[in-house]
Design a protein around this ligand. Structure first.
Ligand code: F6R
Length: 257
């Protein structure tokens, strides 16, 4: 495992980049980071992602909870996103994913868990209320992020501007193709999702971005070394004062470190 500090000029903040040898090591380091946050601030507000990337980190966190090393009883969570049209019981929903991979195995109180409702009748109201709940909780202490092959974070897809607020967005063609692996067919992948906006993500006090595999190498290169443009939503992280990126060697392959 190696740590690199990517020095930025002028207004841009340094980025800490940890390159782990493989997915296992990346997941353990990520779990160390989240565990340290909870130990230092037991009532931490965590922002959480779904997808393949964080599965190993969640597995590690469950192990550490079971070993008595961390206590989630005062932790508050906000998930980044949810598909529109899928209710919480749908096995493809992110509610279901979070239950299966984390919440059912730890002691976070049910009332402390927040995930946007993809089946809300009034989506705009749902988005506004989600935004307000994050504010009421005092903002996010640690936001964990995965990244799409196209550079998306949450479901903030490449666009001509950064979407600040929690919103319902159209999934990018590439995201639909990438996520089809979780469904029986590509037609079943929802085309819309509710996503936390860029502002709530950027207002998080700390950000931990994870990526593994060669298919993420280009997005990571553009995020770290490219221009800050809404066509690569994750590139805005260059402006955040406290970002740690944990990669496996394949995802780090295109970086000049
Ligand atoms: C999911 C999310 C997405 C994923 C991204 C990568 O909650 O926020 O931005 O992090 O699509 O997904 P995986 O990890 O499946 O490659």
């Amino acid at each position: 495992m190696k740590l690199f500090i990517r020095k930025k000029e002028g207004e841009l903040k340094d980025m800490k980049i940890i390159v782990a040898k493989d997915y296992e090591e990346m997941s353990k380091k990520a779990a160390d980071f989240v565990a340290a946050q909870i130990i230092l601030k037991p009532d931490s507000v965590l922002g959480l992602p779904t997808g393949s990337t964080p599965v190993g980190m969640y597995r590690e966190l469950v192990k550490r909870y079971q070993a008595g090393d961390i206590d989630f009883s005062n932790v508050v969570t906000f998930n980044l996103d949810e598909y529109c049209g899928l209710d919480a019981e749908n096995p493809q929903s992110y509610h279901y994913f979070m239950m299966e991979n984390l919440f059912a195995h730890i002691n976070v109180p049910k009332q402390n868990i927040h995930i946007p409702s993809g089946s809300a009748l009034d989506i705009q109201k749902e988005c506004d209320q989600y935004e307000q709940k994050i504010k009421d909780a005092g903002g996010i202490d640690l936001q964990v992020l995965g990244i799409g092959r196209n550079g998306h974070i949450g479901f903030n897809e490449p666009a001509t501007y950064f979407e600040a607020k929690t919103h319902m967005g159209q999934l990018d063609e590439d995201t639909i193709r990438a996520n089809a692996r979780f469904f029986n067919s590509i037609e079943e992948v929802p085309k819309k999702a509710i996503s936390m906006g860029i502002r709530a993500i950027m207002q998080a006090r700390k950000i931990l971005l994870l990526a593994n595999g060669e298919e993420k190498a280009e997005a990571i290169y553009k995020t770290v070394q490219g221009a800050i443009v809404p066509q690569v939503p994750a590139s805005i992280l260059q402006l955040h004062p406290d970002v740690v990126i944990i990669l496996d060697e394949k995802a780090a392959d295109k970086l000049s470190l």
